[in-house]
Design a binder for this molecule. Structure first.
Ligand code: ZN
Ligand code: ZN
Length: 178
C-alpha cells in the first residue's frame, strides 16, 4: 500500500477515465486530499474526472509532501514555464510519479482543457474533416511514441509536440484558404 507523502495516511486507489476511453488507477489521500499519479497518469487523466477527487472533509492544500510513495526518494517541486504559476506539482526523479494537491489538479486540468478548446476554436471551419481526423491520429501516435521514452520530460515534450502540430496546421490552413 502506498502512503501519503504529506500526512502518512494510506492512499486510496481510485479508478478514473483517461484519454481514449482507457481507465487508470490513481491514489488519493482522503485526509489531505492530495493525489498521487504514477508516470504519465497525470497527463492522460480525463479533465471531466477531476470532481471525483473532491473529498467531504475539505482539502489541505498547504500540506508539504516529503518522500515518494513508490521508492522513498525526496519529491521535488516541478518548475516548468508551461505550467500555470498557481499549479503546484511535486515529482519524483526516480519513478517520475507526481503529487498534486486537489485544487492544483483542478487548475491544471482546467488549463489543459482550455488549451484544447482554444486549439479547436482557432481552427474551426478552416480545416477539412479528413485532415482533422489525420491530426487526431497523429497526436495519439505522438503521445504513445513519447511514452516509450524514459524520462520525466514527457509533459514538456508533449506540449512541444502539440505546438509543432499547431504550427503545421497554421501553415496548412493558410494554403487551403488561398
Ligand atoms: Zn495526506
Ligand atoms: Zn518515486
Amino acid at each position: 500500500m502506498k502512503v501519503c507523502p504529506c500526512c502518512g495516511n494510506l492512499l486510496i486507489p481510485k479508478k478514473v477515465l483517461a484519454h481514449y476511453g482507457r481507465y487508470i488507477e490513481v491514489d488519493q489521500c482522503e485526509n489531505c486530499g492530495g493525489i498521487w499519479f504514477d508516470k504519465y497518469e497525470l497527463y492522460s487523466l480525463n479533465p471531466d474526472e477531476v470532481e471525483k477527487f473532491s473529498i467531504e472533509k475539505g482539502v489541505n492544500s498547504s500540506c508539504q509532501p516529503s518522500y515518494c510513495p513508490n521508492d522513498k526518494n525526496l519529491l521535488r517541486l516541478l518548475k516548468d514555464p508551461i505550467i500555470p504559476k498557481d499549479v503546484i506539482i511535486y515529482y519524483c526523479d526516480q519513478c517520475f510519479g507526481m503529487w498534486l494537491p486537489f485544487d492544483s489538479l483542478k487548475r491544471y486540468k482546467e488549463y489543459q482543457k482550455t488549451r484544447i478548446q482554444k486549439f479547436k476554436e482557432e481552427n474551426r471551419g478552416e480545416l477539412p474533416k479528413d485532415l482533422e481526423k489525420k491530426i487526431e491520429i497523429l497526436l495519439k501516435k505522438g503521445e504513445e511514441d513519447l511514452k516509450e521514452q524514459n524520462d520525466l520530460e514527457f509533459e514538456y515534450k508533449m506540449s512541444q509536440f502539440v505546438s509543432i502540430v499547431l504550427l503545421i496546421l497554421r501553415i496548412l490552413s493558410y494554403f487551403i484558404k488561398k
